[in-house]
Design a protein around this ligand. Structure first.
Ligand SMILES: [Zn+2]
Length: 89
């Protein structure tokens, strides 16, 4: 399966839960996994457990713009990095 058209889309800013922070991404790394996602060779996509479309990238950094009411270890304007492996459909 060759799924990928890469395009830029504006998305709605997600609403955060009490245990979440929202980060405005400033930098994004692209690694070999992203290329495997693009060409459909990554196992999760080959076996159907992950589906397209996706928001590409899983190593980001940026500033925290919103902090959930239960978050104690971060505050607004902190720099943070992300290593995420979450799939959305
Ligand atoms: Zn990676």
């Amino acid at each position: 399966m060759v799924p990928a058209l890469l395009r830029y889309n504006e998305i709605t800013i997600p609403r955060i839960e009490p245990e979440d922070v929202l980060i405005k991404v400033a930098y994004e790394a692209i690694c070999v996994t992203d290329f495997e996602i693009l060409d459909g060779t990554l196992g999760y996509y080959k076996d159907g457990s992950a589906k397209y479309p996706i928001i590409l990238g899983h190593k980001s950094s940026g500033r925290i713009t919103q902090v959930g009411s239960k978050v104690r270890s971060f505050q607004k304007c902190d720099w943070s990095n992300i290593k995420a492996h979450t799939h959305t459909n």
